[in-house]
Write a protein that binds this ligand. Structure first.
Ligand code: HEC
Ligand code: HEC
Length: 321
């Protein structure tokens, strides 16, 4: 068969088919390219994520300033001494983080999380007002409290201010919201908390502090017998000992040893005698008077969490030190 000018018609048809296939391939290539970029348009950006007054950009600076990445990985970068933090906000939530970050060497208890929920910002961000609702919403917090609550942690005591803590939580909220394509991968056997912390607990805790298990075993009988023993149990249950030592050692807050009856220097330059009224006020409304050399806004207000008789027991315990 021959066409005009004697050219082979089949030749022309073949060329057209080849060009059509090429055009189709080009179209598919362009569509796939655009399509693969579309999801990244929805990627969260740090300046759009905030927590209370703080935004994630500010928090990233705090994260860098304290060199958290010297011990932790985040979105695949960093070191392996501490656990990966990419999804910690989604797992454990703001109230747990607010209780954990300022604590010196203690894993938050349920009462410590409850104390953080007294804060309006935490409450709003968490979407829960009571610990039960919160723990249902953040199973990672429930898991940590159950496995670790009240025990010693290997995380160092960092001198974080309240605003820095809010910034860090904003930053961790941002990394939780990021599309990391499944990073970090889920451990195949489920998350198991490292045994090293428990070994550390026995080694690090001196004779001044009783281990959680020991305290729980001894407490019920003892607690009925004396207010001091009840007070000692309460400060453990309420998470106070994550920030306070029973001797004069400075942790996140001042040591309690010898505090009752002593003269305390306040941040405003004045001095006050640590009588019962001062101790009660320091616990119910910690920001009413700030101890010199310590940041305000770190200790949660325990006003609604401690009734009169428990408060008497705590004060009796503080006086016994
Ligand atoms: C010197 C090392 C070190 C530095 C610096 C450090 N951490 Fe940690 N952190 C640890 C270790 C170790 C643990 C685990 C503690 C344990 O298992 O008892 C931990 C635990 C944590 C946890 C709990 C993780 C979980 O899955 O339960 C959070 C949250 C955390 N760190 C946040 C931070 C932030 C934020 C910073 C920076 C402001 C920081 N860390 C700096 C060592 C460090
Ligand atoms: C998140 C850490 C944290 C927790 C938890 C915490 N505190 Fe404090 N506490 C501090 C800091 C920081 C200060 C010093 C700043 C101030 O005066 O508020 C302080 C101050 C105090 C003071 C005054 C100390 C002095 O030298 O005058 C007392 C008393 C006290 N806390 C008792 C408690 C009791 C009791 C609990 C538990 C019911 C508790 N704290 C829980 C951090 C904490």
């Amino acid at each position: 068969m021959s066409c005009l000018n004697g050219t082979d018609c089949r030749e022309g048809a073949k060329r057209r088919t080849a060009l059509a296939i090429l055009a189709l391939m080009l179209a598919i290539f362009l569509i796939l390219s655009v399509w693969s970029f579309l999801p990244s348009r929805k990627q969260t950006i740090p300046s759009a994520v905030s927590y209370g007054e703080a935004d994630a950009v500010q928090g990233k600076r705090v994260f860098q300033a304290y060199n958290c990445m010297g011990c932790h990985t985040i979105v695949g970068n960093g070191a392996y001494l501490g656990p990966d933090l990419t999804r910690i906000y989604a797992e454990a939530g703001p109230a747990w983080l607010a209780a954990f970050l300022p604590s010196a060497g203690g894993w938050p208890t349920q009462a410590a999380v409850q104390a953080q929920l007294q804060n309006a910002v935490v409450q709003k961000e968490a979407g829960a007002t009571d610990a039960q609702g919160y723990l249902r919403h953040y199973p990672g917090a429930a898991e940590r409290i159950q496995q670790r609550g009240g025990q010693h942690t290997l995380m160092p005591n960092l001198p974080l201010q309240a605003s820095e803590i809010a910034g860090l939580i904003a930053f961790l909220k941002y990394t939780s919201a990021m599309d990391t394509e499944g990073w970090p991968p889920k451990p195949r056997e489920g998350r198991r908390l490292p045994a090293i912390a428990l070994a550390g607990q026995a080694a690090v805790q001196g004779p001044a502090s009783t281990s959680g298990a020991h305290e729980q075993a001894a407490a019920p009988a003892e607690a009925n017998s004396s207010p001091v023993a009840l007070g000692r149990k309460l400060v453990g249950d309420l998470g106070c000992v994550a920030c306070h030592a029973s001797d004069q050692k400075r942790l996140v807050g001042p040591g309690w040893g010898g505090l009752a009856g002593s003269k305390v220097e306040l941040a405003d330059g004045s001095t006050v005698t640590a009588d019962d009224a001062y101790l009660v006020e320091s616990i119910r409304r910690p920001d009413a008077r700030i101890v010199a050399g310590y940041p305000p806004g770190v200790m949660p207000p325990y006003d609604t969490l401690i009734n009169e008789s428990d408060m008497k027991a705590i004060v009796a315990y503080l006086r016994s030190l």
